[in-house]
Design a protein around this ligand. Sequence first.
Ligand SMILES: NC(=O)c1ccc[n+]([C@@H]2O[C@H](COP(=O)([O-])OP(=O)(O)OC[C@H]3O[C@@H](n4cnc5c(N)ncnc54)[C@H](OP(=O)(O)O)[C@@H]3O)[C@@H](O)[C@H]2O)c1
Length: 296
Amino acid sequence: MPESIPHPTSHPARPRVIVVSGGTDGMGRALALARLERGDTVIVLGSSPAKGQRLLADAGKIGATDRIDLIQVDLSSVARARAAIRDIAARHERIDALTLFANRQAPKRTVTGEGLEQTFTLYYLSRYLLSHGLSPQLGRSQSGVIVNVAGVGMTKGQIHWDDLQLEHGYGMVTAQLQAGRANDLLGVAFAAQPHNPIRYVLYHPGFTKSGDLSPLPAAMRASIRAAARLSARPIAESIASIHEFIDTPPAAPLTAIDRDKPVPLTIETLDPANAERLSEATRTLLAFIEREHEPG
Ligand SMILES: NC(=O)c1ccc[n+]([C@@H]2O[C@H](COP(=O)([O-])OP(=O)(O)OC[C@H]3O[C@@H](n4cnc5c(N)ncnc54)[C@H](OP(=O)(O)O)[C@@H]3O)[C@@H](O)[C@H]2O)c1
């Protein structure tokens, strides 16, 4: 029998180095622990010290203390996100997969210390910074892949081009949908870069039995919990395909999956011109933040 030639991106058995942004709770936490059980090295980002300690304890129970690197960071700060990226880069020369989960609901418009709207900054901007900031390390992997877990395939919501910070007409859902659509465009722009070896996967997990509801009003929490009992997917089911994206990244530069179904890259929310427009606006915004808040 002729020996089969392995596909260059297919190495399911090789231990990976995986970054999990938002890995202290929900789907990210489940992915982090599952990858540790498989023998991978996992770098977890999250802001809560208590959740971080619980994760470290659980990693200890599966004998993975020496393969978990916990970075406690508030990713709604551009400066702190950049510092976390520098830490990761200093400690890990190669990264095989960057997985992006960090998000939090904000019922009231909240402005960060850098003057930015919180949801835009945490849910979109931190993912932009991590995707681009860790590209050199991902590029050193034979199978570098980014999995951005958000809401691809949804066409609700829009980029408020004249009011990205939602100073006018803020709403929690408006902010979540805008950042979701911004993540769609982040994937499109990232994958369009010339000579880019890193695969980008936009993944919508569907309604899942996860999500920190603590920022929400009690009545809303109760109704989401009731709906989740009826129709949300178990966490393990929602993250199953993420293991596949990591172990065998797709061949195409950009892949979009809504639960189990491929999303056509031609849908309006993945428009390349809008992706380039948002990239440009993001670069301008980050340059402004750097000038104002990160002198020298
Ligand atoms: N659950 C669903 O039904 C569903 C459906 C569609 C899409 N999604 C998307 O899937 C992703 C993951 O959802 P999930 O349900 O797993 O969420 P989750 O359980 O609420 O977990 C969110 C993660 O983000 C971290 N995080 C929040 N604020 C942070 C901050 N300021 N700095 C650093 N980390 C921060 C949290 O850690 P700390 O608390 O330690 O900061 C936690 O690890 C989200 O993008 C969500 O929009 C979820």
